[in-house]
Structure formats: C-alpha cells, structure tokens
Design a protein around this ligand. Structure first.
Ligand SMILES: Nc1ccn([C@@H]2O[C@H](COP(=O)(O)OP(=O)(O)OP(=O)(O)O)[C@@H](O)[C@H]2O)c(=O)n1
Ligand SMILES: C[C@](O)(CO)[C@H](O)COP(=O)(O)O
Length: 234
C-alpha cells in the first residue's frame, strides 16, 4: 500500500520590493495592522492541510521575529537567494530529508495576500492526480500592445491575446521534479521567473488552472490599498 503524497508549502519572502518604493520590504507592510506576510501565510495554512511550510527570508531580514507567523511551529525559515528562483530552490534544499520526491510542493508569493480558499482548493483538487502539475493563472482581459523603441513608447504591434494567460501563484509541482528543473535552469542560465518556466525548460507542459483575477501581487505603491480593499471584500 503506497502512502499518499504529502503537501508542502513554500512562500518566498526574501525580496526587497524595489518597485514598491518603500523603506520596508513589501511583505512587511501592514494591512489592517497585520503584516502582509502574516496575512498570506494564514490564508494558506488555514485553508489546506500542509505537512509543513518553508519561508525563505533575506539574510538581512530583521522583521520576521516580530511576525505572528514566527510563533507557528508548522513554519520553518531558511535563507533566500539573489533572485526569486534562488530563494525557492533554497527552500527546496531546506526541505531535503522532510519531503519525498513524489510529494507536492505549492509555491506562493508572500506578496499575494488575496489568495482565495476556493482557488487553493480547486488547484489542489485539479492537479493532485496529474503527472506534472501546474499553476493558477488568469486569461488576459486587456488588449496587449508590444512597444517599439523611441523615447515615448510607441505601439509596434498588437499581440493576439486569445491564448495568453497571466501566471499567478500558487504553482504546484512534485518536489523531486521541481528541484531538478530549478537546478537545471539555474545552471543553464534560463530566464526563470516562476516555477512553471523551469518545468517548461525541462520539457514539461504545466496545466493552467483558472484563478481569480483579484489574486493580486503587491508590486507597486498603488497595489497596497487595492489589496486591502480586496481583502475587505473576501
Ligand atoms: N530574491 C528574491 C526575490 C523575490 N522573492 C519573493 O518573490 C515574491 C515575488 O517577487 P517580487 O514581486 O518580484 O518581489 P521583489 O523581488 O521583492 O520585488 P522587486 O522586484 O520590486 O524588488 C515576493 O514575495 C518576494 O519576496 C524572494 O523570495 N527572493
Ligand atoms: C511568480 C509570479 O508571481 C508569477 O506571475 C511572477 O513571475 C513573479 O515575478 P516577480 O518579478 O518576481 O514579481
């Protein structure tokens, strides 16, 4: 009788939030007097049964110990890396000895606190029997323009958006496959901005699971208030 796979959570939180233009990394900005990181972690850990959670932090992080999450014994931390992919790989290596190759790993941006429990459940239910895994994503709803050169960006062409999706998180893959794919991509210098792209470079076709478009990644200053409004309505 084979034991069922476990589910592990990785929440990369080692970024500095340059585009947020704040003196505090965006995962430590507050909404309703709670750290964004605490909101994200609680919305994930309260709505799915994870065997453990690994949070890669910056080596210069001095906020973590002030979070409510630091007291949660389900959560471990490790040191992240220069890029998001390095931080995720660091977390995978930190889970060596705890996770089995066939276990599922869900990777979710700390900067996405608006994750809805229905999206989380739908992702897990849709992919648990799939050989590769996949990601939450949203079909592109705007007309997309490709910019040409010039001081003022000018339209070079309009992109056919009929088959285009915006990648969201969580992204869900098997522990062994994801670790091998990220190691290969980082060694090869592949342009990897999410887990799916590493899996794609390794020859896989991850499944796109449609998710809510309000699964916002807090990136620029205007996103913080918008995230607060979305959370107030969830
Ligand atoms: N070296 C890095 C870079 C990013 N992240 C995390 O990956 C998520 C998504 O990345 P992004 O939105 O780009 O965050 P930052 O890199 O902090 O933002 P910026 O690019 O504006 O600096 C964030 O939760 C961020 O903390 C990480 O763990 N390690
Ligand atoms: C992982 C991600 O959120 C999917 O859209 C995105 O790639 C992160 O990009 P960032 O530049 O690290 O924010």
């Amino acid at each position: 009788m084979t034991t069922p796979p476990k589910y592990w959570l990785i929440v990369p939180a080692a970024g500095i939030g340059k585009r947020m233009q704040s003196d505090v990394p965006k995962q430590y900005l507050r909404l309703d007097n709670r750290f964004v990181l605490d909101i994200t972690l609680s919305r994930l850990l309260h709505n799915a049964d994870f065997s453990g959670c690994m949070v890669p932090l910056s080596a210069q992080d001095h906020w973590w110990l002030d979070t409510e999450s630091a007291a949660d014994d389900r959560i471990q931390t490790c040191t992240g890396g220069a890029e998001r992919a390095d931080s995720v790989l660091s977390a995978l290596h930190a889970l060596d000895g705890q996770a089995n190759d066939s276990d599922w790993v869900l990777v979710h941006d700390a900067a996405r606190p608006c994750i809805h429990r229905d999206d989380l459940s739908n992702l897990i239910d849709t992919l648990s029997g799939h050989p590769v895994g996949g990601l939450l994503a949203a079909p592109v709803a705007d007309t997309l323009k490709q910019a040409g050169g010039g001081v003022l960006p000018e339209v070079e062409t309009t992109i056919d958006r009929s088959r285009l999706w915006r990648a969201l998180t969580p992204q869900m893959f098997r522990f062994g496959q994801l670790k091998a794919a990220l190691e290969a991509s980082l060694t090869n210098g592949d342009p990897v901005t999410d887990e799916s792209s590493a899996m794609e470079f390794s020859g896989n076709m991850p499944v796109l699971v449609e998710g809510r478009p309000d699964n916002l990644k807090i990136t620029v200053p205007a996103d913080l208030a918008l995230a607060g409004f979305i959370l107030s309505r969830l």
